[in-house]
Design a protein around this ligand. Structure first.
Ligand SMILES: O=P(O)(O)OC[C@H]1O[C@H](OP(=O)(O)OP(=O)(O)O)[C@H](O)[C@@H]1O
Ligand SMILES: Oc1ncnc2cn[nH]c12
Ligand SMILES: [Mg+2]
Length: 192
């Protein structure tokens, strides 16, 4: 087990079983349609790759990049679009795919931004949901797992760009992110 992680929260087998269930549910709801599945880079990439291959309907795919965590374990509260969609989503059925909803700031910003573009429908699918940390409520239509207030990595989720490759979703040791962030937050030693 990675020595920066405390324990496994969800094994790859548990994740795969749930992703199949979500795929069946989404396929039923979108029967006869060809939605645009929008993955939110980078964290949702692995989940989206598995989810779309569990669907029994045709889909188009696009990606957006936004960032609010950067190298921290805390949302900055400021969401920035780093890469926008290539599709004009006017009149399209859009399914936003995320890896995790935590404070809700990212998805709330994205949902409001995309609704201004006139989609025929807009639904949200997230693999993980941390309700305990919500700062703004966002309607989630497909929810993989409700998880406790712990910082998790793996299956696309990162801390400071690391651990996305892990096959399980694991809880990161607090000392990994408190040590890094304390060092960064300590006042610069200007020798005065
Ligand atoms: O509900 P929130 O508090 O907004 O947190 C959720 C968002 O934060 C993470 O992305 P991040 O900004 O770290 O970028 P990444 O996907 O590239 O890791 C995660 O992938 C979600 O997109
Ligand atoms: O637990 C978590 N792991 C990785 N990224 C994020 C963002 N919000 N919450 C997270
Ligand atoms: Mg993300």
């Amino acid at each position: 087990m990675h020595n920066d992680t405390e324990r496994v929260l969800l094994t790859e087998q548990e994740i795969a079983a749930r992703v199949r269930q979500l795929g069946e549910e989404i396929s039923r709801d979108y029967a006869g349609k060809e939605p645009l599945v929008v993955g939110i880079l980078k964290g949702a990439v692995i989940f989206m790759a598995d989810l779309v291959r569990c669907l029994s309907i045709p889909v188009r795919m696009d990606f957006m990049a936004v960032s609010s965590y950067g190298a921290s374990s805390q949302s900055s509260g400021v969401v920035r679009i780093l890469k926008d969609l290539e599709h004009n989503i006017g009149g399209m059925d859009v399914l936003l795919v995320e890896d995790i909803v935590d404070t809700g700031l990212t998805l709330n910003y994205l949902r409001e931004n995309l609704l201004t573009r006139g989609p025929a429908s807009l639904k949200i699918c997230t693999l993980l949901d941390k309700p305990g940390r919500r700062r703004v409520n966002v309607p989630v239509d497909y929810n993989g797992f409700i998880i406790p207030d712990e910082f998790v990595v793996g299956y696309g989720l990162d801390y400071n760009g690391r651990y996305r490759h892990l096959r399980d979703i694991m809880i990161l040791k607090r000392e990994v992110y408190t040590a890094k962030e304390d060092n960064e937050n300590c006042p610069a030693d200007d020798g005065s």
